[in-house]
Ligand binder design. Sequence first.
Ligand code: ADP
Ligand code: MG
Length: 277
Amino acid sequence: AAAPAAAPTPATPAAPAGGHLRVRGLSKSYGTLEVLRGVDLEVRPGEVTVILGPSGSGKSTLLRLVNHLERPDHGFAALDGEVIGYARRRAGWGARRREVLRELTERDVLRQRTRIGFVFQNFHLFPHLTALENVVEAPVSAQGRPRAEVEAEARALLARVGLADKADARPRQLSGGQQQRVAIARALAVKPALLLFDEPTSALDPELVGEVLGVIRDLAHDGTTLVVVTHEIGFARDVADTVVFMDDGRVVEKGPAAQVLGSPAHPRTRAFLDKVR
Ligand code: ADP
Ligand code: MG
């Protein structure tokens, strides 16, 4: 049989495969304060999920648990079937599950971390490194990839976020919007299956919000799996597949963006949307 014609080489690499996030019964307390009370969440590959909710409702804690920055008390998060930081306390869990949820090694955690990109509210760039060096850092030191190859990719990533001419600038020479775009390029550099954004535009002057949301919008169109905590309702309406509303450590409501934003079912969602719109 004739071999099928080779597919044309795409101009830009396709979004990495995978990115299926499952969160089940995730709970976390700090002392007597219950911050997460059994959160379930499902994000399918290529989907964009926006998380809304008042300050203190547990949104950042949820993202930090998914990115191994905290450990849950109960429940688990799993990326493409691989469990992330499940609870140490396993009493009452079925024997089969206990077997599946073996203790993660340091190596597991490092590998999983490079599968997840995290963009913070306050950029968190290395102040003494240039934009290019910030982007190059993780693939070289955490993934052990050759610097020359990574640098070429890093330049392409800076171009993708509109900063080709800022490769040699240090963070203090950049505006907040430019710094956040460098942070996004840095998060993309490890080719993550999942990108988490924690209020990526909250620290920006209003006139700089659009340029950062525009970059995130482009990522969404490219099929990257995104979870975005934000108060930007217009962005949620345009870009999100699913909107999740959290309050007091729980998911109060979730569904298609048009449904949750257009006709919220829960009074607390309605009250929140009335306030932020
Ligand atoms: P959100 O991102 O929705 O504003 P957070 O997840 O940051 O909410 O916080 C939820 C609650 O947990 C808040 O009451 C916050 O003060 C508390 N909290 C978060 N992190 C810690 C911590 N490390 N120690 C104690 N309390 C914390
Ligand atoms: Mg927060």
